[in-house]
Ligand binder design. Structure first.
Ligand SMILES: Nc1ncnc2c1ncn2[C@@H]1O[C@H](COP(=O)(O)OP(=O)(O)OP(=O)(O)O)[C@@H](O)[C@H]1O
Ligand SMILES: [Mg+2]
Length: 532
């Protein structure tokens, strides 16, 4: 019997059917993505040996929320725009995070590990807490003025309210204790079960072109000092994770750190306590599972250890979590022999760490030759195809866009793809799965729903305006294209911070602000200026 047999079986199957049809048939990206990710969560939990009641509760809640939202958005018959789209994007990202956490555990597989995690109600409940927090945030942000979702979401919430409230309280209490404990000097606690790490490092990227000097710089910084603190920054889908993986598999890094290279995927890590749990898990420390134990354990290491915190922006970027996450980073970076390598979307490093110098520049787009090599390696297209340079240029050589386009080129010519790009833009770049590495729109939505944009309410309209300038615009040009009351300075810095725009200095006489083509086309298609 699966975790889903039970009293709510018939309503579950109705919602399932509805979600499948939205996922298969909706012409709109948001409802489709929400329905798909809910189905992924459902399947992942069903195939697991999770504690049945916990799994059923989580899965039912995910499906209810996804169905309410996706069916209402699909009924609205148009893509949401402005604030609503950003809020939906954020909720989608939370669902995606939950799916990834379940899938990550399951794919490690490592049956025993998965059983241990999902059978533990606390872990499923952490996922539930994340979900409920995201729903509250969504309700708060949108007040659901545009579409009548409020009551429907509230209705499904009633039965879980008390339960969620007490869980949240417990978690708040736990967090408070964790952070009020004097961090250092450490008590001499010996973890009860501490074994050598059993984690498996993700492999180096299989298709990987260009980046030689960038990877060299990462390797040089990570190997040079006994304690390195290196940050790889840049726009979404630019290849930050790939560069980090290439670097940590480089023989110079391997010879120093050997099996003490730990890769922690943070894209679904919501806050400091989840980050600590992931780190503890990576070292297979099971009890006592608190930060002090982790720090104590790391302090006892006699050989250099490398911690890779990939996509650290997820737990860090929310102002509510930032201080705690920075505290964790600062403490880790103070431990002798521990090196940090982080990747983050954006242009800003967490401020609590003394980063190795010189700072690495933001990861740029691929050079045209490497972009061509990556494309032909995946698609089998001839390098001499006349339309190929134009096609790659249209994508600004952004690796994620190049990779997704190359997948389509396995059965379409470059000329046909160029014609489709003219019509469909970023919507064509999906590989069926609805996550940020398989779907360009989702990857861009992740950046658009960044918490960091919230502090600058005019940033989004600055992005819309700048997207009208394919070759970029100077600040002055942007200023004159926007309403006089706009605080251009704040809007531009917020957009630079999250790497949704960048400086283009290809014309030495005129430094411009520019939006990369995939982001530009996404913004023009989903958030056209005249609709706002
Ligand atoms: N140098 C490269 N050559 C070929 N393909 C690449 C290269 N770099 C990245 N890619 C491909 O581009 C896609 C995005 O890469 P990656 O996940 O490393 O980007 P990212 O910057 O970490 O994205 P995110 O901001 O979502 O975390 C992946 O499919 C990856 O295989
Ligand atoms: Mg990444």
């Amino acid at each position: 019997m699966s975790a889903f047999d039970g009293p709510s079986r018939s309503s579950t199957s109705t919602i399932l059917r509805a979600l499948r049809s939205i996922s298969d048939l909706s012409p709109f990206s948001y409802p489709k993505s929400i329905a798909s990710v809910a189905l992924i969560i459902y399947e992942a939990l069903r195939e697991s040996n999770a504690n049945k009641l916990d799994a059923e509760r989580l899965s039912t809640r995910v499906m209810e929320v996804a169905w309410t939202l996706s069916s209402s958005l699909a009924d609205a018959g148009t893509s949401p725009s402005g604030d609503l789209a950003r809020s939906v994007g954020q909720l989608l990202r939370a669902l995606e995070g939950i799916a990834n956490r379940i899938r990550r555990q399951s794919s490690r597989c490592i049956t025993t590990r998965f059983l241990r995690i999902t059978k533990n109600s606390g872990d499923v409940r952490l996922l539930e807490e994340d979900l409920e927090r995201s729903i509250s945030l969504f309700q708060f942000q949108t007040r659901l003025a545009n579409i009548n979702l409020s009551k429907r979401l509230m209705g499904t919430e009633d039965d879980l309210d008390g339960q969620v409230e007490s869980l949240l309280e417990a978690s708040r209490q736990e967090k408070k204790e964790m952070f009020t404990n004097s961090p250092l000097p450490l008590k001499d606690i010996s973890p009860k079960i501490v074994s050598a790490s059993k984690q498996v490092l993700p492999p180096p990227p299989q298709v990987f072109f260009g980046r030689t000097s960038y990877v060299d710089r990462v390797v040089e910084q990570v190997t040079r000092d006994a304690q390195s603190r290196v940050a790889i920054l840049g726009a979404g889908g630019m290849g930050k994770t790939s560069v980090a993986l290439a670097a940590i598999h480089d023989s110079r890094v391997v010879s120093i750190y050997q099996s003490r290279r730990h890769f922690i995927a943070c894209e679904s890590v919501s806050d400091a306590s989840c980050l600590i749990s992931s780190l503890l898990e990576s070292f297979d420390i099971t009890t006592p599972s608190d930060f002090e134990t982790l720090v104590s354990f790391l302090s006892r290491q006699t050989s250099r250890t490398l911690l890779v915190l990939d996509n650290l922006e997820t737990p860090w970027e929310s102002p509510a979590n930032r201080q705690e996450v920075e505290y964790v980073l600062e403490t880790l970076s103070d431990i002798p022999g521990i090196s940090l390598l982080i990747t983050m979307r954006g242009a800003e490093r967490p401020s609590s760490v003394v980063w190795s110098r010189p700072f690495l520049p933001q990861l740029p787009c691929l050079d045209p030759q490497s972009s061509k090599e990556a494309f032909t390696a995946i698609s089998g297209t001839s390098e001499d195809d006349d339309d190929l340079p134009t096609l790659l240029e249209a994508l600004d050589h952004v690796p994620l866009a190049v990779t997704l386009m190359a997948n389509l080129a396995q059965y379409s010519s470059c000329a046909a793809l160029l014609a489709r790009w003219g019509e469909e833009k970023t919507t064509m770049l999906t590989r069926g799965l609805e996550d940020r590495l398989s779907n360009l729109d989702i990857s861009i939505q992740v950046s658009l729903s960044s918490e960091r944009l919230k502090g600058a309410p005019q940033a989004f309209s600055a992005l819309q305006t700048l997207s009208q300038f394919p070759d970029g615009a100077s600040r002055k040009e942007l200023e004159s294209a926007m309403s006089p009351s706009t605080n251009i300075h704040a809007a531009v810095s917020a957009l630079l911070q999250v790497a949704l725009i960048q400086y283009d200095s290809s014309d030495r006489l005129r430094v411009r602000l520019r939006v990369l083509s995939p982001i530009r086309e996404h913004v023009k298609m989903y958030f056209p200026l005249d609709n706002c």
